[in-house]
Design a protein around this ligand. Structure first.
Ligand code: SF4
Ligand code: SF4
Length: 303
């Protein structure tokens, strides 16, 4: 039996998603709502349309072909607008648009097709010590497809990495864990109330899954990743809380600091609200302070 998954991109020659040169597959659907999410096209578990205003020549073709009546124009000669609650994600507007101003985000792919995509890059994996990475969205939100894809990757001898928030039922996490060689595991907020406020979910299952991983003796295969968000994750209180938690881990001793960057354009293209308009990248002094706090407890810090 082969499983279908819904993905939104496959990036070849990726060098930031695990060791060596990698092929990264971005899966759709995520149970978290992090204010700063830099892949908002991965949040919805359904197809959706991205609209690139600068490419649009206002020809109105899209509105004419939409079977759901989801595209309208606010004024004569204006740009199209999408009523998201009506859109069924069929992609007909994207096919019809002469300038690619409408793009369908979401593509169904089965495990066999995915393996074929990976096979194209085997030479690069072998030469660089690379492999394949599952990212998103949250890959664990499509557990059956993910497990089957990881299993097949291992049968083909591919090194596998999982870029995850860690938010998943323990059983699901345990089921895929053995097929993953390397984890990119997010660490965000120490306090439960803040975690819920800024990500929409509890921190508990995340900590539990991270402990499970740590206690399995797989610590060296885990890179924690901390998004450095000014006034949210970079506060002294939060860093102290994260450092305290991190120092209680047995084997995990690597962390990467990911400074905030603006992705407001992506949100506008998806008609999504962006809560980070007033935020900017953290200054070097903040990165240094956080780096030193983790180095003090013996972490290798990548920034
Ligand atoms: S079909 Fe494309 S170019 Fe024409 S109005 Fe729609 S989005 Fe713009
Ligand atoms: S994806 Fe389909 S339903 Fe949605 S706006 Fe385009 S044509 Fe209409």
């Amino acid at each position: 039996m082969t499983y279908n998954g819904l993905i939104f991109d496959i990036k070849r020659f990726a060098v930031h998603d695990g060791p060596g040169i990698r092929t990264t597959v971005f899966m759709k659907g995520c149970p978290l709502r992090c204010w700063w999410c830099h892949n908002p096209e991965g949040i919805s578990p359904k197809n959706e349309i991205m609209f690139f205003e600068y490419k649009c020549m206002r020809c109105r073709t899209c509105a004419g072909v939409c079977p759901a009546g989801a595209i309208f124009f606010e004024n004569e000669g204006g740009f199209p607008r999408i009523e998201r609650s009506l859109c069924i994600g069929c992609g007909i507007c994207a096919d019809a648009c002469p300038t690619n101003a409408m793009r369908l985000v979401g593509r169904v792919i089965n495990v066999e097709e995915l393996i074929k995509e990976f096979e194209r890059d085997v030479l690069f994996y072998d030469k660089s010590g690379g492999g394949v990475t599952f990212s998103g969205g949250e890959p664990l939100s499509q557990p059956h497809f993910l497990k089957e894809a990881l299993k097949r990757c291992k049968e083909h001898g591919f090194h596998t990495a999982l870029d995850t928030s860690g938010f998943a039922p323990r059983d699901t996490f345990e089921e895929v864990m053995d097929y993953v060689d390397f984890f990119l595991f997010d660490l965000k907020l120490a306090r439960e109330d803040e975690h819920k406020k800024y990500t929409g979910v509890s921190n508990e299952p995340i900590r539990e899954n991270l402990r499970l991983l740590d206690e399995s003796g797989r610590g060296k295969d885990v890179l924690l990743r901390l998004p450095v968000i000014p006034g949210i994750t970079d506060t002294n209180e939060n860093i102290e809380g994260l450092v305290e938690f991190a120092s209680s881990l047995k084997d995990i001793r690597q962390i990467e600091l990911l400074p905030f960057h603006d992705v407001s354009e992506k949100y506008a293209r998806l008609s999504r609200e962006y809560k980070m308009l007033d935020y900017s990248a953290p200054p070097p002094a903040t990165m240094k302070r956080i780096r030193e706090a983790f180095e003090k407890i013996g972490f290798n810090v990548k920034a």
